[in-house]
Design a protein around this ligand. Structure first.
Ligand code: EPU
Length: 436
């Protein structure tokens, strides 16, 4: 064998999207102003809700995310015409000719399971693939199923699909064992055209639920109480539903991500286009840890951090509690805060995959069931890490911003599902970060 033949250079190969990476040289403090986009988890549900009426709806303040493109694919599969332009999605739901959302689409985007509610309301039947589990937990749908049955739908699960039918849904009182976002949404949508009044007890209270209820009302629906634990839906006649033009609320999770970013990197940033009311649990926790947060009503806040932060315990709970979707980001902050912190994850059974990646960066994290014990180290070290889900991707960027040396993040398809140009926004604040 010649020396040339033993060389280990990899063969030349074009770089594909899957091999893209974000590279961060940690240590630059963040300064300047950043604007948050529309909330992913509100947009996706409103896109499904547009199916309620044989008309055209326009959604505004829509971020450019792969999840939005994927939801558009699901709606197109059902026969809707969907046009995406910067900041806007137009959905023409006049000619829906397919009532089945297949596995290959729903398995890629769990949020698309929410088409079940509007299809059932408008057409009296739907066949939607079960989304299955994912990297963060089992993610059951028993509360959706039970709620739809209580409305009078025939709902059965066969061969991986939910078959729902019932053209005479009637209002009733539905208690949710836990305040599931998805179940609250599917029941609200299905009940919007039922006979009489439906009351959801122990409903999810998240701002995205309020935004969805407001949109359904703009389409002619009659929903009150969204944002509280009890939502009343007065069914309206199908012919009274119509399209609507509607604004999307700011993404509180994107705003929370910027808060955590300045907590590891240090500095002072202004976050615009945010609703601080949606972030009280987060503001309260990060203030306890030593961050300074000032709110400039109605949509601007400033966050400043100096020196080492204090570790604190965090428990994820349904809104208005500390959001599970910011659990990974705050773990990245606690990893280098002073003292020992315990994170208790009560929403998902398996949302700690990022802990192993943070350990690669020098974090001292022990997992015991649904808790993570984090002993803060003085500084994290840059390393090659891989995102296992959307919020893990954000957490690893946050960790990299405050780490010594270079962090290389792969698994970027997770990031692009839910953040629009996160690295560009953070670079504009002074971070040394790029994608290649
Ligand atoms: N659950 C059940 N039975 C059900 C429904 C839910 O046991 O019938 C359980 C789930 O297994 C999970 C918990 O309840 O453990 C919470 O589920 P929920 O229905 O509230 O969540 P979701 O609607 O599937 C949305 C967001 C998630 C966010 C959760 C909790 C969207 C598209 N997704 O999911 O967002 O974590 O609410 O706030 O709105 C993210 O953005 O990164 C993300 C994962």
């Amino acid at each position: 064998m010649t020396p040339e033949a033993t060389r280990l250079d990899p063969p030349a190969k074009p770089v594909t999207d899957n091999e893209q990476r974000i590279i961060i040289r940690g240590g630059n403090p963040l300064h300047g102003t950043v604007r948050v986009g529309g909330a992913k988890n509100a947009v996706l549900k409103k896109m499904a809700a547009a199916l309620l009426a044989p008309d055209v709806s326009v959604l505004r303040n829509v971020p450019n995310l792969t999840d939005v493109q994927m939801m558009a694919e699901v709606l197109r599969h059902l026969g809707a015409k969907v046009t995406i332009s910067p900041g806007e999605v137009v959905i023409d739901a006049r000619n829906i000719n397919e009532l089945e959302a297949p596995y290959e689409l729903v398995s890629q985007l769990r949020a698309s399971f929410i088409v079940l509610g509007p299809l059932l309301a408008r057409f009296g039947q739907a066949k939607v693939s079960l989304p299955g589990g994912c990297a963060i937990g089992e993610r059951r749908i028993d509360l959706h199923e039970r709620g739809l049955k209580q409305l009078g739908a025939d709902c059965r699960i066969e061969h991986g699909y939910v078959y729902a039918s019932g053209s005479n849904l009637s209002g009733t009182r539905i208690y949710l064992d836990r305040p599931s976002n998805g179940a609250t949404e599917n029941i609200m949508l299905a009940a919007s055209q039922a006979d009489g009044q439906t009351i959801i007890e122990n409903a999810a209270q998240d701002p995205e639920i309020v935004n969805l209820a407001d949109f359904i009302n703009a389409m002619g629906g009659r929903i009150t109480g969204a944002g509280s634990y009890q939502i009343a839906i007065d069914g309206v006649k199908a012919e009274n539903m119509h399209g609507a033009v509607f604004e999307t609320i700011p993404d509180r999770l994107e705003a929370g991500t910027f808060i955590m970013a300045v907590m590891t990197a240090g500095g002072e940033i202004t976050i615009e286009g945010v609703n601080p009311h949606h972030l009280y649990s987060v503001i309260s926790k990060v203030t306890e840890m030593g961050a300074e947060v000032a709110i400039y009503a109605p949509d601007t806040m400033k966050v400043r951090t100096q020196g080492r932060l204090q570790g604190r315990d965090v428990t994820t709970v349904p809104y208005p509690g500390f959001p599970t979707d910011l659990q990974a980001p705050i773990m990245a902050v606690l990893a280098s805060a002073e003292g020992t912190s315990i994170i208790s994850e009560t929403i998902y059974e398996n949302r700690f995959m990022h802990a192993g990646e943070l350990r690669r960066m020098g974090a001292d994290i022990a997992l015991t069931g649904s808790a993570a014990v984090i002993k803060g180290v003085p500084r994290l070290m840059g390393a090659e890490v891989k995102a296992t889900d959307l919020r893990a991707a954000a957490a690893l960027i946050i960790a990299g911003l405050g780490a010594d040396g270079v962090t290389e993040l792969t698994g970027l398809h997770h990031l692009d599902r839910g953040y629009e140009n996160l690295e560009d926004k953070v670079r504009a604040l002074g971070a040394d970060i790029w994608r290649r």
